[in-house]
Ligand binder design. Structure first.
Ligand code: PGA
Length: 263
């Protein structure tokens, strides 16, 4: 039985002055057994969110939104994995906004994954196609290439032991209000597990949680969680709204209970 995960990506929102209050408010609204809940604020808000969640609900985890591919060195403005230890338990790598704005390649993202695992951080690897790629029938090939590029040098067993998660986020659905269709996202989740199989994961591929991300809201989360191949969501814009998070996590709890009953 795969776990059900709702991860909040706050992106470049909140300050150290207000992030703790928001995290506390959200934590109070998402007390659902069986759902793994993660809040990923900006680096400078990690400590405030960590402290707030330690009080409000220590079961809600903290994640970073990025990590550097080197351990230390002359990299002005960057944050290395060992610096996150104690502040965050999770980290997002390869988000499409970083692929776009920071030119992150699949190989670089693969190195970030390695740093995350070494530091004991639980990685969420983001993959997803552009609109033109979907419209020309290349979405699955693009995602397969992203996975192969990032995962080539990684031992599946080590990644699995680190609690590796994949988020399928079609780029055209992120922040646009235009979410993917549930059945398309489910087909991609299956394709992702088939790619893992080809990359040497064997039967472990089926155990990797695959989340959907891209304009997820309380109104459409049910469409994704109705798909057995989808294990939750990486939520951007809606994750800053306590009402939205409450409804999204409540819906996820239904899926978690149904899975537990069926197991
Ligand atoms: P969105 O962002 O929910 O605002 O579309 C999702 C993400 O980028 O992780």
């Amino acid at each position: 039985m795969r776990e059900v995960i709702i991860a909040a990506n706050w992106k470049m929102h909140t300050t150290p002055g207000d992030a703790g209050d928001l995290a506390r408010t959200i934590a109070g609204r998402i007390r659902e057994a069986g759902v793994t809940r993660v809040i990923c604020p900006p680096f400078v808000c990690l400590d405030a969110v960590r402290a707030a969640l330690a009080e409000a609900d220590p079961e809600v985890a903290v994640g970073a939104q990025n990590v550097h591919h080197e351990l230390a060195g002359a990299y002005t403005g960057e944050v290395a994995a060992p610096m996150l230890v104690g502040l965050a338990g999770w980290v997002i790598v390869g988000h499409s906004e970083r692929r776009r704005d920071a030119g992150e390649t699949d190989a670089l993202i693969g190195r970030k994954l390695g740093r995350a695992v070494e530091a004991g951080l639980r990685p969420i690897l983001c993959v997803g196609e552009q609109l033109a790629e979907r419209e020309t029938g290349r979405a699955e090939a693009v995602v397969d290439t992203q996975l192969a590029g990032a995962l080539t040098d990684h031992d599946p067993a080590a990644l699995q032991a680190a609690g590796f998660v994949i988020a399928y986020e079609p780029v055209w659905a992120i922040g646009t209000g235009r979410n993917a269709v549930g059945s398309d996202a489910a087909a991609m989740a299956e394709a992702i597990r088939a790619s893992l199989g080809r990359l040497g994961w064997g039967s472990a591929a089926v155990d990797v949680p695959v989340l959907y991300g891209g304009s997820v809201t309380s109104a459409n989360i049910g469409e994704f969680l109705a798909e057995p191949s989808i294990d939750g969501a990486l939520v951007g814009g809606a994750s800053l709204k306590p009402d939205e998070m409450a409804a999204i996590v409540a819906r996820a709890a239904l899926t978690a209970r149904a899975r537990a009953a069926a197991a």
